[in-house]
Design a protein. Sequence first.
Lengths: 299, 249
Amino acid sequence: MDSVAPAILVRDLHKSYGAVEAVRGIDFEVARGEVFGLLGPNGAGKTTTVEVLEGYRERTSGIVSVLGHDPATRPRALRERVGIVLQQSGTYRHVTVREIVTHWAGFYPRPRDVEEVIDLAGLRESEHVRARRLSGGQSRRLDFALALVGDPELIFLDEPTTGFDPAARRAAWETIRALADLGKTVLLTTHYLDEAQALCDRVAIVKDGRVLAVGAPAQLGVGAASRYRVSWRGEDGAVETRETADPTALLHQLTSAALARGVGLEDLSVGRPSLEDVYLELTAELQDDLVDAVGEPAR
Amino acid sequence: MSDALALTWRQYRLERKMFWRNPSAAFFNFVLPLLFLALFGAIFAGSQQDLDVIVPGIAGMSVMTTTFVALAMNMVFLREQGVLKRLRGTPLPSGAYLGGLAAHSITNTAIQLSFVVAAGALLFGVGLPENWLTLGVFVAAGVICLGSLGVALSHAIPNFDSAPAYVNAIFLPVIVISGVFYDADNAPAFMRDVAEVLPLTHLIDGLSAAMVTGAPFADHLPDLAVVAIWAALGTLLAVRGFSWEARRG
């Protein structure tokens, strides 16, 4: 019974701060073991939604269920089964990584082994470093470690890699994939398309407090972010551009054709469309689709 | 229940460990009152009458630094850093957390008072406390009163950068007006009137009875009543204004 129920269920969620309506009717479900992403620009209502699910904020209206509990009542039984990585949060400054992970382990009835958590979070080299001396990336790892040490079934990650350099992002992605492999349910928010593409089984695209679409990243065209844009000057002198997921094959085709003809490829370039460009296109398209589907709103 | 107690104990142990690793906090909470005691003890060395005032005065100040000052600064810092918000997302019961924090403050108060009592007996001719029961009752009331007022004040402080200004704007005038350094009865009338309203004045009166004069406990029930009224007000404000996260914007 409990095991087939979704890990998270959200129906017609509304949340206002005074006159500001941050969330205006959001619906989605997250299955057990799924990595689900809330994808959207800043200010879309992602963090508000997640903080309602985490029990930090009370919803204005709607139905919300997290592992079968109403998070608004913050039952301890729920907090024991959930791990939270907030968008920003500090920690005690004068204790070492190992000390604080060990302390946190004591909050939970069945914690994970502290050694295992330190390795999983990639903190082995800094285990004896005091928290105030950690770099930004290491602090984020500590956030992961503290969220994982209770061996939660469900993990919330609010913008887990914002501000990371590429190497640190890859490392964080590996950690998140490792969680998925352990069968954990993950709800993450991100405004990075490639992150959603790389990690999520399904995403909900959120804008202005509403869900525009829910589905697998590829299905929603989120994969556009991983395409390459190859352009060159053709024989007629005009610039040709083609988008491809496999630039190697295209380049091989182009260069061998050019070599065969004994001509050069003028102005050849290989680039990626900017994520923001693709994202804006995507949300614009989805909004058009929505208007098409629903029709012009009756006045 | 035993689980909650175990968690309280763990939190207490962590607070103790962190306290000694942060030298500036340890100094402000610990060394400053003792330094004042040494300085004023030296200044008043020739006058037992003055020493009889300064020893319970510093004892009262110690209660205020270890509870009011320490908690106000600590809560603002933890809230601004997001530590409170993070803790709120864990299964740690709030009671166990706050209990650990309170026990930590009380330990500091107890250690500090034992230094003051020892110095009073060994160096300043005040002798050992005349009435341990009165001492215990007033210290307990003072801890609850000033501790809850410290937490209540933390709600009014917008950010950690301004915390020392807010705390000292209250702490410094209060210790002067309440007669930590001189006999409040010798102050001008308007200051006496203000002092009569403040809890620290009455705490010091009670401590003075316990440590110096040996006046019967019953004589100081009105003092205890004033401290209790402030404690009730402080507790109300501390609980009602409590927030686990920094204000938005």
